[in-house]
Design a protein around this ligand. Sequence first.
Ligand SMILES: Nc1ncnc2c1ncn2[C@@H]1O[C@H](COP(=O)(O)OP(=O)(O)O)[C@@H](O)[C@H]1O
Ligand SMILES: [Mg+2]
Length: 1008
Amino acid sequence: MSGGGESVKVAVRVRPFNSREKERGAKVIISMDGALTKIQNPETPKEDPKSFTFDYSYWSHDNFTEDSEGNLVADPGSNYASQRIVFQDLGQGVLDNAFKGFNCSLFAYGQTGSGKSYSMVGYGPNKGIVPITCDELFKTMAAAKQEVKYQVTFSMLEIYNEQVRDLLEKVNPKGGLVVRQNPKLGLFYVVNLKSVAVGSYAEIEKRIAEGTANRTVASTNMNATSSRAHTVVTIVFDQISKNESGQETKKSSVINLVDLAGSERADSTGATGDRLKEGANINKSLSALGNVISALADLSMGKKKIMVPYRDSVLTKLLQNALGGNSKTVMIAALSPADINYDETLGTLRYADRAKKIKNKAVVNENPMDKLIRELREENDKLKKSLTGGMMPENVGMSQEDIDKMKKEMEEEIRAQLMANQKAISDMDWDQKLEQQRAEDVSENNERDLTASRKKKEPHLLNLNEDPQLSGVVCHFLGSSETTFGRKDADPQPTITLNGLSIQKKHAIVSNSDGEVEIKPGSPGAKIKVNGIPLVNSKVLENLDRILFGSNHMYVYHNPAKADVPEGTPATIDWEFAQKEIAHAKGYQTAGSGLSKEQQRVQDQILELLPMVNEVNAVSEELNKHRSFEIVLISGAAQEGKDKETEVMVKMKNLLNENTWVWGRGKFINRRYLIQELYQRFIDGEDVSDVKDNDDPFWEPAEDVLIGTAHAFLQSLGYSLDFDDNITVTDFKGTDEGKLYITIKPCTQDGKPYTDEEYVDDPSELLGKPYHIKIGVINGDVHKARYSKGLMVKYRFYEETEYTETPMLTGTLSPEWNHNRIVSIPVVTQEVLDYFETGSITYSLYGHQENTAVDTKRKNLTTKELRQLENMQEASAKPILNKKMSVSFGPNGEDETTHLKSELVLLQKQYDRLRKKERRMQDICEEWEKKPVEDQQFLPFYRKVHAVAFSSGSRLKSRVQMVNKIVKGAQESSAAAAANGNGNAAAGAGGGDTPKGKAEGSKACLVM
Ligand SMILES: Nc1ncnc2c1ncn2[C@@H]1O[C@H](COP(=O)(O)OP(=O)(O)O)[C@@H](O)[C@H]1O
Ligand SMILES: [Mg+2]
């Protein structure tokens, strides 16, 4: 090893497309060539891809087949990297180093769903690096020389929200385990973390399963987001042997295997405007890890005087050694191959690129046994002495209170250290520890074996989790005649206890009579969904039915005795399927294929947010927060701003005074984490009813709310015609909220109205000229009484960046704004004409809200009652709309009508205009006819006709040409005949010919 240390080894691995990506026809943006990994920006396919070099680049995307046992194996001659290959490169190295006595660490980094757990732990027969390494560890030990004594201990923890949970314990202390620093070594450790002796690979496997099951139960009960947790498996591998002088020495290697939290940013833009800081701790460990890696990379590049911020988070404290010290470290960065993940994947590659610059200096940890024990004993003696006095520093102007506090802290510290040392001493007797544990575990082992065989016979429920790694790990058997589900504080205790959101004491009863299994609610109002549909009475379960208790206990029913499934049930049920089903039942339509990119995004976001919205509603009910949440889709047209796409947002409503707020996805996700934290404090026993508004994620100052939008189309401007209309204001659901009377009038520079003379027949006549328009927002009519606190309209014209606002008028539902404004276009260009032809003005109607008025009648109702009331009202108010709350795109019906109306007005005006001209020409002709023949002078007549005909552009040209012909004919032959012809033509035109194209005319008629 060189003086500069050894670089962290970095590998990247790209996974196959998942079913969703296949359905939508995702494109691969990753390519690999040897150690080189390239990523193509899907937005700029012509540009060269970005290249990165790593120690290993693993192609696990395609060119493989699944064998009969479910193993994914490489096709002959393909570059596919199987689990075995990844182990051989990375795991084997860890193993070799462990035997040499080095500390080793393996990290998996990447966004959720990118394949971290697949590489680390694996799925089914495709075991990952961790199990293979452990398996090989024991195999190697068995084959090794007899003189060496091996001792392996195992522990498993998770860091969630900066709290450490011991995954080998079912129950953890409130607030998690404490992390302390060993004053002598400077390293951090978790106080009271369970570490178990393991004597075989099977025991490790069992422990991992146990840890995963504990993790699943805890995360479901606490409604935690498992992808936000870091899982750390630590294996301490000791080799005890005698050296030449007969002294017993211990080589000790600590192996850390870390499956990091998903690296995705909640939403980098959305949450920035939030009053409350990002879900306080949710990303702290991960961002601290990023900072530590950057600092270490800089140090390795020769930069001086850099503080490495290990102390910033629990994760970096615990992994200090693994990251920047005495450890051989490997990072595997998991990549999604799909185009829509470009940003995240590029982020992962950059992260990995930085990590490879870090250099560590690993040393063999070998010490004589008696020295280790002696040192621990000596230290303990010292600690004990300091406990009995004389340890306080000089009193340097501290208050007695401070001194007492400090004393207490120091005492605690010392006691913890004492205990840790004592434990280390007793752990030296590893054999005894193993024996003891095996004795304890006998009953558990039997149970485990029994479970496997019962699953083949008895009906049972298997859990379903958002994280596939946590799915299928919790099993409840339904073999007995009655199985009850409910909270543990119920009396009598239910057969199966569930905790968490919206779980009642007596939640559900499942009865089994001769293999027919039926489910019914255990008490009125207990929330249960079967296959997405709320369960009211009872239902006989069929194989693979999906059951949701409360808001996040999801299970799949399995009945090995009656294995047929209802039609349309997929072979495997995953979380996504169950969520889609719930969304469908709520009225959201989803489609697998044939959707545009935007529609896909919207659908994905709905499916992402819907469970969160349900959860937040459940918390609101449980904490009686008087808030309700719902997903709203804001179409591009309804948004302020140009070229916007449909946005999925969440509306929060104060059920006491009906105030509403609309939050972007980022802000909502942020709030949801804060709400989870608040709820966590609540179930930890804290009284959270008096949280200050300022710290309350449910609270928001009253703000003006967007009541709805209305649109005016602008074709009439292309013909220099006025437009005015009562346009309907609709909210995001298409509900009629009121009307606005608006005007759009071409005018002179100083605002004088145009006369009919300025009419143009072809918009292109406006090109190159200045143009002035008077925009008026005259008055309005709003339906809902609660908006009388103030009404205001905002709009923007053409390329204006600033919004124009009317004043806020209070105390009325029929505001008279009489707002008029002249906008000037210096030179009309083709873009301007295009805007007239296809563009519109969006008027956003805002209502003022105040935080005061609370409906006293409502205050006596609970959040749950209020939400029920609201649902009932909504259902009765607009039953059809509710059912059809589908993902709809493009202009809605209301817009279409407004659009046609404006076109119709335009056509009507053009038509009137033509009629006038015709009449005028008829008059001229009649006048001429009436004259005595000798006075029928052609030239004055011609001039008159010409003036009328050419007063307005080209569209009349054909008719004018006809007139011209007639006129010419008259010069040659008899004038009277010409006059007759002209008269006929005029009569024909007056008889109802539509002036504009036939198709458009009939479109307009449809509306009439
Ligand atoms: N290399 C791979 N080969 C096959 N399937 C994979 C691979 N990597 C990931 N997957 C699949 O993708 C899904 C998500 O992977 P997972 O490891 O759970 O992601 P993460 O832990 O990063 O959230 C799982 O269903 C997993 O089986
Ligand atoms: Mg995972």
